[in-house]
Design a protein around this ligand. Structure first.
Ligand code: MN
Length: 321
């Protein structure tokens, strides 16, 4: 019975204090559904849920669902959730279980390929982002039965994805005249450090234009970029700048070791393992979710130059223009 399966779910939550569903709606479609929810709680993670016997079997995946065939990630088995949780998005208020923001990262239907005796499952997902076969394995990592693995299986007949690539930043070229016509975007020139960011499994690595690793030097940027992205796997291009007391990018502030950093993100090269070729600027904005708390900073704020789009800036109002 679905209602018995949800005892633990209900025990942890107070319907008077959270808008989360409590299992009133009945299921409509024929195909079983899956959902992956990005849950920005005490720790950012992705909740992977599969419809099973009238409820949503659930796993918390700290680094996001693996995209490369053969890749596996920890999936912590958690309590079943009611079916109508699959459409839940919003805030879970402070002080409640799982307090934070929930948004749907992907959803769709699935086919059960195999259910093993030990509880292991192989499923073929049909979502927008996730399309292929995954396995959930009760691996009991570190001796804890909650610690499962989720792994991406190789699909028969599908072309294997290109190996993960390294990029070289496109550099400016001196010219006498401005180029005209369609297809040109104009960007300000920033005085900071150009940095390509490779975000894999929710962890960002920053690389300079000469291929040097800047991750440690700009550790707060790396940390907050991973949280600001709406997806755990992406490659973005941008420039790390230091802000002066007016909130303006300043190379001398950088040289003086200012800790008030911003990361001007101006290009999206890869999202969810897919190389982004067209509409990169348009796809960038929804990909980056501006996030409060960038080492005491970051806000959804337009750049002083008027350029729209994501920008990580200090949240301290005294340091804004
Ligand atoms: Mn969660």
């Amino acid at each position: 019975m679905a209602s018995q399966k949800l005892t633990e779910y209900r025990r942890k939550r107070d319907p008077k204090k959270t808008a989360e569903p409590f299992g009133k709606t009945k299921k409509r479609g024929k195909q079983p559904i899956f959902v992956v929810q990005r849950h920005d709680a005490r720790r950012l993670h992705f909740d992977f849920r599969l419809e099973r016997d009238g409820a949503l079997a659930s796993w918390a995946v700290p680094k996001g669902v693996p995209l490369e065939p053969g890749e596996q990630r920890l999936a912590v088995h958690v309590e079943d959730h009611p079916l109508d949780y699959a459409t839940f998005e919003g805030e879970i208020p402070k002080g409640n279980y799982g307090a934070g923001t929930v948004e749907i990262w992907d959803t769709g239907t699935y086919e059960l390929v195999e259910a093993k005796r030990d509880g292991g499952l192989t499923v073929r997902l049909h979502g927008k982002r996730l399309d292929g076969t995954w396995a959930l394995v009760p691996a009991h990592l570190s001796g804890d039965e909650k610690n499962w693995l989720i792994l991406r299986k190789r699909d028969d007949g599908t072309v294997p994805p290109a190996p993960r690539r390294a990029y070289r930043p496109m550099l400016a070229t001196l010219t006498e005249d401005l180029p005209r016509g369609e297809g040109w975007l104009f960007e300000p020139k920033w005085d900071g450090y150009r940095a390509l960011s490779y975000v894999r499994g929710g962890e960002a690595k920053l690389v300079s234009r000469n291929g040097n690793d800047l991750t440690e030097r700009f550790a707060p940027v790396a940390k907050e970029l991973a949280k600001a992205l709406r997806t755990p796997d992406a490659v973005v291009d941008g420039e790390v700048v230091a802000l002066d007391t007016q909130g303006k990018a300043s190379f001398s502030a950088m040289q003086q070791g200012s800790t008030h950093l911003a990361y001007e993100v101006f290009d999206l090269l890869e999202a969810d393992g897919e190389v982004v070729v067209t509409n990169r600027a348009a796809r960038l904005t929804p990909c980056v979710r501006l996030h409060a708390g960038f080492a005491g900073s970051i806000a959804d704020e337009p750049c002083p130059c008027g350029r729209p789009g994501p920008r990580l800036v200090p949240a301290d109002p005294a340091r804004r223009q």
